[in-house]
Design a protein around this ligand. Structure first.
Ligand code: ADP
Ligand code: MG
Length: 237
C-alpha cells in the first residue's frame, strides 16, 4: 500500500473565518495506480495534492505513506520524501525562460549529481518526453505542449515513484493535452504511480480510476476496493 488517508481534513483560518476545504477523506492508493482526482474549481483538489505530495500538512486525520505516519514526520523528512519520491507537474509550466530545455530538465539535480551522469539522465528523460531534438532550444521558444513536456522531463529527473500532475493540460489545446496524457499513461505503464488532478473529462479518461470530490468530500470513487473499509457500525461518506 502506497498511500492511505483516513478522515483527512484541511481547514484554513483567515482572521475569525474558518474555511473547511477538505472535510474527511478516506482512500487507499496502491503502487502503479493511475488516479484522476476530479471536481469543480474550489473543491479542494490542489489542497489535497499538496498534502499528498508533502508540500503541506493536513489539519487532522491520518496520512500514511509507505507505512509511515506522515503527520509525525519533521520538515526535513518531508523535504527528503519530496525530493526522492515525487515529481510535480503544474498547470503553469514554471520553466526558467531564456534557459535551454536541457538545463531546465537538469535543474532539480544541478547541485547533487555527478555532471556526466546527470547529462546522460537528462538526455534519457528528454527522449521519454519526445524532445531530444529541442534539447538546446530556449524554453521560451517552445509551444505550450512542448513546455509541459519539458516540465514532465524535469519531474522525472530524480526518477520518482509518483508523479503528481495538477491540471497539467489546463493551459493547452486538446491535441497537446492528449499528447501529455499519453506520456503520463506511458510512465504509468512503466511502473510509476500517477496522480492527476483535473476538471476535464477528456483528460480523466486516460486514468484507470477516478475519484470525484465536491466541496471537500468524495462523492464517488470508481475503485471502491481501494476505499478504506468501514469500521463496525460506521458509514463512510
Ligand atoms: P481546487 O484545486 O479544487 O480548485 P483548491 O484546493 O485550490 O481547489 O482550493 C479549495 C478552497 O480552499 C478554495 O475555496 C480556496 O479559496 C481555499 N484555499 C486554498 N488555499 C487557501 C489558503 N492558503 N488560505 C485560505 N483559503 C485557501
Ligand atoms: Mg487547483
Amino acid at each position: 500500500m502506497l498511500i492511505k488517508v483516513e478522515n483527512l481534513k484541511k481547514e484554513y483560518c483567515t482572521g475569525e473565518v474558518v474555511t473547511k476545504v477538505l472535510r474527511g477523506l478516506d482512500f487507499i492508493i496502491e503502487e502503479k495506480e493511475f488516479v484522476a482526482i476530479m471536481g469543480p474549481s474550489g473543491s479542494g483538489k490542489s489542497t489535497l495534492m499538496h498534502i499528498l505530495g508533502f508540500l503541506d500538512r493536513a489539519t487532522s486525520g491520518n496520512y500514511e505513506f509507505e507505512g509511515q505516519d506522515v503527520g509525525k514526520l519533521e520538515e526535513d523528512d518531508l523535504a527528503e520524501l519530496r525530493n526522492k519520491k515525487v515529481g510535480f507537474v503544474f498547470q503553469s509550466f514554471n520553466l526558467l525562460p531564456r534557459t535551454t530545455v536541457l538545463e531546465n530538465v537538469k535543474l532539480p539535480l544541478i547541485y547533487s549529481e555527478n555532471k556526466k551522469d546527470l547529462d546522460k539522465r537528462a538526455e534519457e528523460v528528454l527522449k521519454k518526453v519526445g524532445l531530444s531534438h529541442r534539447a538546446h532550444h530556449l524554453s521560451n521558444q517552445l509551444s505550450g505542449g512542448e513546455k509541459q513536456r519539458v516540465a514532465i522531463g524535469r519531474a522525472l529527473i530524480n526518477n520518482p515513484e509518483i508523479i503528481f500532475a495538477d491540471e497539467p493540460t489546463g493551459n493547452l489545446d486538446s491535441v497537446s493535452g492528449v499528447q501529455i496524457m499519453k506520456i503520463l499513461q506511458n510512465l504509468n505503464k512503466e511502473g510509476k504511480t500517477v496522480i492527476l488532478v483535473t476538471h476535464e473529462t477528456y483528460t480523466s479518461e486516460h486514468a484507470k480510476r477516478i475519484i470525484h470530490i465536491v466541496d471537500g468530500k468524495i462523492v464517488s470513487d470508481s475503485n471502491v476496493n481501494n476505499r478504506r473499509k468501514a469500521q463496525d457500525g460506521e458509514v463512510l461518506k
